[in-house]
Design a protein around this ligand. Sequence first.
Ligand code: SAM
Length: 245
Amino acid sequence: MNKQPGAGKKSKNRASRAWVARHLDDPYVKLAQKHGYRSRAAYKLIEIDRRDALIRPGTTIVDLGSAPGAWSQVLRERLARAGSAAGLDGRIVALDLLPMEPIPGVEFLQGDIREADTLERLEAMLDGAPVDLVVSDMAPNLSGIAAADAARMSDLADLSIDFAVRHLAADGALLVKCFHGSGYSQIVEAFRRHFADVQVRKPQASRSASAETYLLGRRPRAGRPSVSRASAAGASGTGRQRAIP
Ligand SMILES: C[S@@+](CC[C@H](N)C(=O)[O-])C[C@H]1O[C@@H](n2cnc3c(N)ncnc32)[C@H](O)[C@@H]1O
């Protein structure tokens, strides 16, 4: 069947107009604008934290895939020291491929987590300190080719697990965005291998039509190369081995 010239472009334009209309109508977009969050994603973390109480003052948190910065804003609010503009009770280290507008008190590193050099720089920033919470909202640019997108997503989830396994404190937690689809059950298995308590979270702010879901791992299992608070001082945790088979 011959396609009309320009038909593909027209349907793309229609789809992007529909996206803009849906976006403008979205209650979470409106809330984010009202409260000064950089994206509606803030409400996903707020909702998960309301249920699971993950963000605790006095802790060290790593935010993977942080740009444009809504999750870092939420983390910062929770760790903000009363009466101090930039002072935090705790530490937030954020990482993204893309640049991120500064957020007072949030340490930002621009780099690709798949690159050894980025991991080394991130680990140097942590300087061996145990991490209490790792959150990863990383998502690849989608190509539209389902198998390739699922493989990229799984790779980012694996890297988040690998990083968390090597840096989490004994009572630490890991929250990772995943997509239901091929590779999902392997990510759940990896979570179960490394955490005694694994939960699936689908916050209301995550669109129901989206395959996006979040896995939460708590109580890291013994036997992993854990970082203890006592032994952490001065010991850089740089390790190139992949913990996830
Ligand atoms: C959905 S956005 C994160 C939104 C963020 N949580 C917020 O609240 O603003 C996903 C992010 O993952 C980042 N990302 C994707 N692949 C990455 C990689 N290999 N290394 C680091 N960041 C990556 C993207 O650049 C993008 O900014």
